[in-house]
Design a protein around this ligand. Structure first.
Ligand code: ADP
Length: 477
């Protein structure tokens, strides 16, 4: 079997969130099970300059009005790539989602190029059996397959976050190289607009999302308008939890830590804490419970609930470290909190991969109070690194953290703390439960060890994706 993954991010070259991590790790895990998975991503300069370019797979005098384009064959470590090299669209500053004036056409170009590889193949005759698109940027890919000529590869759409849908005015239909009859509710139309994600969810053979609980939520209140369509397609919708890349997120091998550790050597975790406190400007207090968050500052991430609890944390003797960027209002509020509580609250506004690794090696409790969380990766990193996650019970957070309770403490399954209601009081209550357990070190260590012993690798999820591919009936081409 052969599969082409298509998406707009790829760690470590282009990443704004979990999508980039998944695009790097999942195809490698599926390849390890003997499937020929390759990737198509835009030739952003950060990718183009970092990977080995092997040759040209296809070329076009113009693609979606963006001028000449080529598909290049390339190779990242352990991963065959195709790069969509179209300088007007992809070789410029501004990040993957800047330049709103051509957001629709440039990702339509990516989706069209993917469909081309699926229908025609590359110069060497490689043609994938399955086109597997990720998020709205690739939503038109099943439409180009459905409305195009030639062989029809199977199509799969994965939703990493349904809040982002790629909605544009219907008047641009012609710019997207779609026929007029695509603009119907059976095709790409959604409430009078063109909706890329909706097109993919309507037309792909199989749909997946990144946790079983999120797969349920998006058929109901969490569907951001697409719940009806998803409920209608529930037989084709799979919830498969993400894994973590153990080559990157492993405290025994992490080059970012001053001291590496594992389950057998938990004491080696300790030196990371004063180092982190020093770097962040926190008092080097060995006894203060250290709460932390690493997150995009977006209302859906619920960090406002943490802001509601800053004073409560400090007055309870805890420390708080926040690493994040996004909403300017939230950035300002966290910076003010740090000013109010020097040495006890530290805030880094920005994106810093190495510092994120150090957070996990130093903190005691990791806060993920999301209003919605399709899967979430940080609560998995937290458990692998011996931090107890404190999460709102939604989406993948509900599927991956077992909350402390008398029963889960007794049967040894607890790995963190959970709360349900999205408000500061409910988070405060969960914080109190965390503080109470912190005062019982043997119990704390049992929960910590349970989290560190869990296997969040990609092998299991990769097998689930293979099973899902296996359910797609063969096409008569
Ligand atoms: P989302 O994709 O919604 O942002 P996930 O939990 O799935 O949420 O993935 C977030 C990823 O981004 C994690 O790898 C996390 O460590 C990383 N991350 C988020 N904010 C920052 C930051 N400010 N600095 C470094 N890494 C960050």
């Amino acid at each position: 079997m052969s599969v082409l993954f298509v998406g707009s991010e790829l760690f470590p070259y282009v990443k704004t969130g979990g999508l980039g991590d998944v695009m790097a790790a999942l195809p490698r895990a599926i390849r390890a099970q003997g499937v020929d998975v390759r990737l198509l991503v835009p030739a952003y300069p950060s990718i183009h300059s970092a990977v080995d370019i092997l040759g040209e797979a296809a070329s076009f005098p113009d693609l979606m009005g963006g001028g000449p384009a080529r598909i290049l064959r390339a190779e990242a470590p352990g991963l065959p790539l195709y790069l969509l090299d179209q300088p007007t669209f992809f070789d410029r500053p501004g990040g993957p989602y800047g330049h709103p004036e051509d957001l629709a056409t440039r990702f339509a170009a990516l989706a069209w190029a993917a469909a081309h590889l699926g229908r025609v193949g590359d110069v060497d005759g490689w043609r994938p059996d399955v086109l597997h698109g990720h998020d709205w940027q690739t939503g038109l890919m099943p439409a180009y397959v459905a409305y195009g000529d030639g062989p029809r590869p199977a199509t799969v759409m994965t939703i990493h976050n349904i809040a982002f849908q790629g909605r544009f005015q219907a008047s641009i239909l012609g710019d997207l190289w779609l026929p007029r009859h695509a603009l119907t509710p059976e095709g790409v139309e959604f409430h009078g607009d063109i909706c890329f994600l909706k097109a993919g969810l309507k037309l792909a053979d199989r749909l997946t999302t990144v946790s079983p609980t999120y797969a349920q939520e998006i058929q109901h209140a969490g569907g951001h308008g697409l719940e009806g369509l998803l409920a209608h397609r529930k037989e084709s919708l799979y919830g498969i939890i993400n894994g973590i890349d153990k080559a990157v997120w492993n405290p025994a091998k992490d080059p970012n830590l001053v001291s590496r550790y594992d389950l057998k050597h938990p004491g080696r975790r300790l030196p990371n804490r004063p180092d982190f406190q020093r770097r962040m400007g926190l008092h080097e207090d060995p006894n203060a419970p250290l709460f932390a968050a690493v997150s995009r500052l977006d209302p859906l991430k619920g960090l406002d609930l943490v802001l509601d609890n800053v004073d409560h944390l400090v007055s309870s003797g805890a420390q708080l470290a926040v690493l994040g960027t996004g909403d300017p209002h939230a950035e300002g509020a966290f910076l003010q909190a740090a000013q109010r509580h020097p040495g006890r609250v530290a805030v880094f506004i920005g994106y810093d991969e190495a510092l994120a690794h150090r957070v996990f090696s130093a903190a005691d409790v990791f806060l993920v109070p999301s209003r919605q969380e399709p899967c979430g990766l940080t609560q998995l990193y937290a458990q692998a690194y011996g931090v107890l996650p404190l999460v709102r019970r939604t989406g993948g957070l509900a599927d991956t953290v077992v909350g402390v309770s008398p029963e889960t403490l007794a049967d040894g399954t607890a790995t963190g703390f959970t709360f349900d209601t999205a408000n500061g009081l409910a988070l405060g209550d969960a914080i109190n439960r965390a503080l109470a357990l912190f005062r019982d070190p043997p119990a704390w260590r049992r929960v910590q060890r349970r989290g560190m012993a869990r296997d969040f690798g990609w092998e299991g999820p990769a097998r689930a994706y293979l099973d899902m591919y296996g359910t797609i009936p063969a096409k008569g081409v």
